[in-house]
Design a binder for this molecule. Structure first.
Ligand code: RAM
Length: 519
């Protein structure tokens, strides 16, 4: 599923009042200077088994033609890098020609970007070729990078001198304030570590909006925001950042009022011409969850109509029999999985969104809307059971396919009575094969369905195994896509563009802090 939508002459509907409020809520950024903790030379392509062969630790290295120095900054950072360069030998009589490669994790460092041939732009690969004319000198790189490692390759020098990196530093940037981080008493060391990595993942995605990933795409996506807002509520509690993002989505929409799947904020705010059925519905969900945390009356007044509108548009677009239409299902994200039949999951996401819209209506004492939504919820659930439930197989079947995504979303939508949902999720293993989950985003909802159907132990075990395996592979932050059996799996056609610090993957911190608390 290549997620590219191009609408020529796309003119979003902008609401100046909402956008002005979003601008007022722009957060201040916090900075820190971080220096490398060590350096090494990468002799050949990195592979975990050959670690001691490829990594030669070095302290000071004078680099001649073709040599490289990899700086290790100790953990995942987001920020701006400055290098102080010097030389040995005689006076530099030619510019230094350098290749700089920033990498979030070790495998990315040795990926050959020339081999990348995927559908997402290679311009996201964090690689630069620069000339330095005067040495010694201080080189301040203008771009913001997301990285732990910086590989500097001396493409060419002259026989007269070798290059020395005298000093390197990164000025980090985030809108997360660690002083506001809620203390959590997590006795279990593995869960504590998972929480720590989750918190770092969230913090590094918190910029002047909640970015999906600081390496790529560096912008606000609705499905990611919903999960970031949850984790934020249990960690940094930067509630104004959530509010700002809700105002941005409300402030720039499709001309017919639909909330876009993502928002650009530079050079000015603009809704992307991509609409995802489930993402637009998460607007309603996220507003309700934000109000649950804050009781913010201003946001309720300003954004209520936008939130109800998302559900109303979806309900108006239904096909016969209260079923999601082909078009709605086709435009539901659910997970990166081309083979996935999305109809059942999309139907269930809509049912969830109607439930949240009802709660919003209750906040406003909007009785007629509440009654209308209650009626729609009932019809949607009946349609879901009639059309997707297979009484013989005792599971949900979507277009002839039995996927875990269909079961998960139907459980989250409360389509089955509790005992049957428990029985269904008790057989979850049976449904994992046909369309495997690829993203921590889908794994999050899998955990939520296990928890909602009374399988707390299984949820905790899965959290430990899945997110724990990312840490086992050396992660400082959680990745956007992860299949422990195939670590270089990518939805884009090449792992070099995968993001290794991705917002939607940080949810274990929320689950550990709020859902597994009493353990
Ligand atoms: C990816 C983004 C984002 C996700 C969308 C659907 O490209 O990184 O996280 O929400 O696609």
């Amino acid at each position: 599923m290549a997620l590219i939508s191009i609408i020529e002459d796309f003119h979003p509907l902008n609401n100046a009042k909402l956008l002005d409020r979003a601008a007022e809520l722009k957060p201040s950024l916090h900075h820190r200077i971080v220096e490398p903790v060590g350096g090494f030379q990468l002799k050949e392509r990195y592979s975990p088994e050959k670690e001691d062969i490829v990594l030669h630790k070095v302290k000071h290295l004078a680099m001649g033609r073709g040599e490289n120095l990899c700086l290790d900054f100790g953990t995942h950072l987001v920020g701006y890098v400055t290098l102080s360069l010097n030389y040995t030998g005689s006076h530099p009589d030619a510019p230094a020609f350098l290749k700089l490669k920033f990498a979030e994790c070790l495998d990315e460092l040795s990926e050959n970007s020339g081999e990348y041939n995927g559908w997402i732009s290679r311009s996201w690969i964090q690689e630069e070729y620069i000339h330095v004319d005067v040495i010694p000198s201080i080189v301040k790189l203008p771009r913001r990078y997301a990285f732990r490692y910086l590989k500097i390759t001396m493409m060419d020098t002259s026989p007269k001198y070798k290059l020395i990196v005298r000093h390197a530093e990164c000025m980090t940037e985030t809108s997360a304030n660690y002083r506001t981080l809620q203390q959590a008493e997590i006795a279990d060391p593995q869960l504590r570590k998972i929480d720590e990595v989750g918190v770092r993942t969230l913090a590094n995605c918190m910029q002047d909006v909640f970015e999906d990933g600081p390496k790529r795409d560096q912008r606000l996506w609705m499905g990611d925001l919903r999960l970031q807002a949850l984790v934020n509520s249990a960690t940094f509690r930067h509630m104004n950042l959530v509010k700002r993002c809700l105002y941005l989505f409300g402030g720039s929409r499709f001309p017919d009022g639909r909330v876009s799947a993502c928002i650009f904020t530079k050079p000015s705010v603009q809704a992307d011409d991509t609409w995802l059925f489930d993402y637009s519905l998460f607007y309603t969900v996220t507003l309700e969850e934000y109000l649950e945390e804050t009781g913010d009356g201003e946001a309720l007044d300003d954004l209520y109509d936008v939130a109800q509108q998302q559900v109303e548009i979806a309900l108006r677009g239904l096909a016969e029999g209260h079923l999601v239409s082909e078009d709605q299902a086709k435009n539901a994200f659910i997970d990166w999985a081309d083979a996935l039949d999305r109809r059942a999951a999309a139907q269930a996401v809509l049912i969830c969104a109607v439930r949240y819209a009802r709660r919003l209506a209750r906040r406003r004492n909007d009785w007629s809307q509440m009654n209308y939504l209650a009626g729609e919820e009932k019809l949607l659930k009946e349609a879901a059971l009639r059309h997707f439930w297979d009484p013989e197989k005792r599971c949900f079947v979507s277009g002839g396919q039995i996927s875990i995504a269909s079961q998960v979303w139907m459980v989250l939508a409360d389509v089955l009575p509790p005992e049957e949902a428990e029985e269904l999720m008790g057989r979850a293993e049976e449904f994992l094969q046909e369309v495997p989950m690829l993203t921590p985003y889908m794994h999050h909802y899998y955990l939520m369905a296990l928890l909602r159907s009374g399988h707390r132990k299984e949820a905790e075990q899965h959290l430990r195994e899945y997110w724990g395996s990312m840490i086992g592979s050396g992660a400082d932050t959680f990745r956007e896509a992860w299949d422990p059996e195939h670590p270089d799996a990518s939805p884009y056609g090449g792992a070099v563009v995968n993001s290794c610090c991705h917002a939607w993957s940080c949810t274990p911190s929320w689950i550990i802090r709020t859902q597994l608390k009493e353990s």
